[in-house]
Ligand binder design. Structure first.
Ligand SMILES: Nc1ncnc2c1ncn2[C@@H]1O[C@H](COP(=O)(O)OP(=O)(O)O)[C@@H](O)[C@H]1O
Ligand SMILES: [Mg+2]
Length: 275
């Protein structure tokens, strides 16, 4: 059974969409089957970041009851699947976000991870995403306003039965005046699972000439490395089954494991030859 995780915050502009896309890619690189859902039905940005501009059927049509979630599921980078939200204001106004819970339930068993990009605030659309999720990753900046808002998200999620599993600090400059990581843990009573630095490579993700998640463009940049560590925490040790799946996608991790496998084989051969 897959994990349904909402990436939520009180404030807008803290990196929810960015982290959803890059965490998804990172989990997929670790061999996990991943579906990203753009739960920000009003301000759909995830499709732009993934470079998927026009999708004939979207989550709006599903929430209108006119299409199934399967009809609105598309192939995305790194072998992921993606359910975009529509860009039209008209269809957004008519879409009934309360249907989301049932809709997501339908695909729960198809993936290891379903990551839902959540709108800012605590309005109806946010409640619908939280109600549809089992777990929540709370994204905040290391400042008091952002933390105060994310606390409201945590409380709201709890009321709706979604368990907050940890905090992601984003736009970390390691500057004097930022609230200390330990204090944030105490305030929110949750572990900090990732501390993502401000990284100009991430900021460039939405720039016209190179719209693409940083995890694909620059996987070694500091923010991407922080997100990879988060993916590692969410998945635990890599199983052989995962490695096989990753291999079939021909990614870096599989090459790494392939190389290690090669070393072991060589060592065995040397031992045999010794005898
Ligand atoms: N760690 C980071 N370093 C630099 N820029 C970032 C970082 N995280 C996000 N951004 C940029 O901040 C802006 C807002 O991010 P976004 O993911 O759209 O936030 P949200 O979905 O919470 O509104 C985007 O231009 C994004 O590229
Ligand atoms: Mg967003």
């Amino acid at each position: 059974m897959g994990r349904i995780i909402a990436l939520a915050s009180g404030k807008g502009g803290v990196g929810k969409t960015t982290i959803t896309a890059n965490l998804g890619i990172s989990l997929a690189k670790r061999g996990k089957s991943v579906c990203l859902i753009d739960g920000d039905v009003a301000m759909a940005n995830l499709s732009l970041l993934l470079g998927m501009h026009s999708s004939p059927i979207t989550l709006h049509d599903v929430l209108l009851g006119e299409s199934t979630i399967h009809d609105a599921t598309y192939d995305a980078p790194q072998g992921m699947k993606f359910v975009p939200s529509g860009l039209s204001l008209e269809s957004y106004k008519r879409a009934d976000s309360e249907r989301l819970e049932n809709v997501v339930e339908e695909i729960k068993d198809l993936y290891d991870f379903i990551l839902i990009d959540t709108p800012a605030g605590i309005e109806k659309n946010v409640l619908s995403v939280l109600a549809a999720s089992d777990e929540v990753l709370l994204i905040t900046l290391p400042n008091s306003a952002s933390i105060a808002d994310v606390l409201k998200t945590k409380i709201t999620a709890q009321r709706l039965g979604a368990k907050s599993i940890g905090i992601i600090l984003n736009f970390v400059y390691e500057e004097k005046g930022e609230i200390d990581r330990d204090d944030i843990m105490k305030m929110l009573e949750l572990p900090v699972l990732a501390s993502i630095p401000y990284d100009s490579e991430v900021r460039r993700s939405f720039m016209q000439d190179r719209v693409s998640p940083v995890m694909l463009r620059k996987p070694k940049t500091p923010a991407a490395i922080a997100i990879q560590r988060l993916a590692a925490k969410l998945t635990g040790p890599i199983s052989m089954e995962d490695v096989e799946r990753a291999k079939s996608k021909g990614n870096i991790i599989s090459r790494f494991f392939g190389a290690i496998g090669g070393i072991f084989k060589r060592k065995k051969k040397v031992k045999k030859d010794d005898k």
